[in-house]
Write a protein that binds this ligand. Structure first.
Ligand SMILES: Nc1ncnc2c1ncn2[C@@H]1O[C@H](COP(=O)(O)OP(=O)(O)O)[C@@H](O)[C@H]1O
Ligand SMILES: [Mg+2]
Length: 406
C-alpha cells in the first residue's frame, strides 16, 4: 500500500521511509504541510498518511481537519506523530480527525502495528464501499421493479374498469337501439302501403303536390340512414359486450394453436377468398394451450380482419400467420403479418386503446384490438403492434400456454 509521510525533519523522515519500505510499502514524501495537502487532496492520494505534528504551513492536526472537511469519497487513515508528554496534544489530534498517533521518538514495532491497523481499516472500508454500491444497485433495481409492478396493477385495474363500464353502457344503449331498429323496420315496410294512397291522393287533387312528392321520395333515404346509424350503434354495443365479457372465464381446455388458427381462418373465409394469399408457418412441435379456445379464435379473427381491411385493393395481398414456442415451450409466439397499408403512425402507439379507429363511420368501432389485448392479458400474455420495414403491419402476440398437458 502507498503511504504518505509528511515530516519536515530529515532524519525522522528518512528513518520512517526506510522502515515503511522495509515492510513492503511504497512511499510518497512531503516536507511541508502545503506539499502534504496537495498530495492529500489529489484524486489518487495515498490511503494512509503519517503526519508530523509541527510542519511549515499546516500542522498535522490542521491537515487532519482539512482532510475530514474535504469529505472525499474514499477514506484516508491518518496517523499523527506527537511529542512526548502528549496527553493534551493527543486529545487535540484525535478531535481534529486523526485515527491514531505515535509518540516521538517512535518505537518501530508500535509504528508497524499502527500501520497494520490502518491497512485493516482501509481494506474493510473498501469492502463496505463495494457492498454499499452493490446494495444501491440492488435497491435501484428493486425500485424499478416495484414501479413496473405498480404500472401493471394500474393497467389491470383500468382494463377491469373499462370492462365494467362497457357492460353498463352496452346495456343502456341496447334497449333504445332495439326499439329504434324495430320501429324503422316496421316504418320501412309500411311506407310502401302509405306511399301509394298518398300518391293517389296528391294526383286526385290535381295540383302538382311538389312538397308531398318530395317527402315520398325522401323518406326511404331517411329511413336507410337511420338504419345505418342503428347498425353502427349495434356494432359498438357488440364490441362493448365482448369487452365486458371476462375472457378465460368459461371452461378451459387443452387445444392446439394450429386448430384455433384453422378455425379462425374458416370464420374469415368470406373476407379472404378473393385476392388474399394465406400462409401459415408452424415451427416444430408446438405445445398445447390450456385456454378457452374461443378466446384464442377471437383474437386471431380480429387480427385477420384488420389485416384484410388494410390490404383492400392490393393485388399482392399476403397474410402470414407464424407460430413458434419459446421459453422452454412455456409461451407461444404468434405473429400475424400483412402486406397492407401499415398502421398510420399517428395512432401506432394507441391502437390498443378503445375507440381508436381510422375506419369510416359505420365500418369499425375501434374496439377490435382493445378486445384482443384484454383477452391476451387475461392469460398474462402481451400483444404489440409494429409496422414492417417492407410494407404492412405485424401484430406480435406472446401467449403463455398455461397448465401443461400430460
Ligand atoms: N393490420 C393492420 N394494418 C393497418 N392498420 C391497422 C391494422 N390493424 C389495425 N390497424 C389500425 O388500427 C385501428 C384500430 O383497429 P381495431 O382496434 O381493430 O378497430 P377497428 O378495426 O374497428 O378500427 C384500425 O382502424 C386501423 O387504423
Ligand atoms: Mg378491427
Amino acid at each position: 500500500m502507498t503511504i504518505l509521510i509528511a515530516e519536515d525533519d530529515l532524519i525522522s523522515r528518512v528513518q520512517l521511509e526506510r522502515a515503511l519500505m522495509s515492510w513492503g510499502h511504497d512511499i510518497v514524501s512531503a516536507t511541508t504541510g502545503q506539499e502534504a495537502w496537495n498530495i492529500l487532496k489529489s484524486e489518487n492520494s495515498p490511503r494512509i498518511a503519517v503526519l508530523d505534528w509541527r510542519m511549515p504551513c499546516y500542522t498535522g492536526p490542521e491537515l487532519c481537519k482539512m482532510v475530514r472537511e474535504n469529505s472525499q469519497a474514499r477514506y484516508t487513515y491518518l496517523l499523527l506523530l506527537t511529542g512526548m508528554d502528549a496527553r493534551e496534544s493527543v486529545r487535540q489530534g484525535l478531535e481534529a480527525g486523526a485515527d491514531d498517533y505515535v509518540t516521538k521518538p517512535f518505537d518501530l514495532t508500535e509504528l508497524r502495528h499502527r500501520i497494520k491497523a490502518g491497512e485493516r481499516i482501509i481494506r474493510d472500508e473498501a469492502l463496505i464501499t463495494g457492498k454499499n454500491l452493490e446494495l444501491q444497485r440492488y435497491a435501484a433495481a428493486m425500485e424499478q421493479l416495484a414501479e413496473e409492478r405498480a404500472q401493471q396493477l394500474i393497467h389491470t385495474a383500468r382494463m377491469a374498469t373499462i370492462g365494467q363500464l362497457a357492460g353498463g353502457i352496452a346495456h343502456e344503449i341496447n334497449n333504445p337501439a332495439t326499439y329504434i331498429t324495430g320501429n324503422t323496420q316496421m316504418l320501412k315496410r309500411l311506407w310502401k302501403d302509405y306511399a301509394e294512397p298518398i300518391d293517389e291522393f296528391v294526383a286526385s287533387r290535381k295540383n302538382d303536390g311538389e312538397t308531398i312528392r318530395r317527402i315520398i321520395d325522401d323518406v326511404p333515404d331517411i329511413l336507410d340512414e337511420v338504419q345505418d346509424g342503428v347498425m353502427r350503434i349495434t356494432q359498438i354495443v357488440n364490441g362493448l359486450k365482448h369487452l365486458a365479457h371476462r375472457p378465460g372465464a368459461a371452461a378451459r381446455e387443452f387445444c392446439a394453436i394450429e386448430d384455433c388458427i384453422d378455425e379462425a381462418l374458416t370464420m374469415c373465409h368470406n373476407q379472404l377468398k378473393y385476392n388474399v394469399t394465406v400462409e401459415t408457418e408452424f415451427e416444430g412441435e408446438l405445445p398445447r394451450m390450456h385456454v378457452v379456445p374461443g378466446d384464442v379464435q377471437r383474437v386471431i379473427v380480429n387480427l385477420i380482419l384488420n389485416a384484410v381491411e388494410a390490404m383492400t385493393g392490393r393485388n399482392d395481398a399476403l397474410l402470414t400467420i407464424r407460430c413458434m414456442s419459446a421459453r422452454k415451450k412455456e409461451v407461444l409466439l404468434i405473429d400475424v403479418e400483412d402486406t397492407g397499408s401499415g398502421i398510420p403512425e399517428t395512432i401506432l402507439n394507441r391502437v390498443f386503446e378503445p375507440f381508436v379507429t381510422t375506419r369510416d363511420v359505420g365500418t369499425g368501432a375501434g374496439l377490435g384490438l382493445t378486445i384482443c389485448r384484454r383477452i391476451v392479458e387475461e392469460y398474462d400474455g402481451n400483444i404489440a403492434a409494429f409496422n414492417r420495414e417492407s410494407a404492412g403491419a405485424r401484430i406480435a402476440v406472446t401467449w403463455p400456454v398455461g397448465r401443461r398437458s400430460g
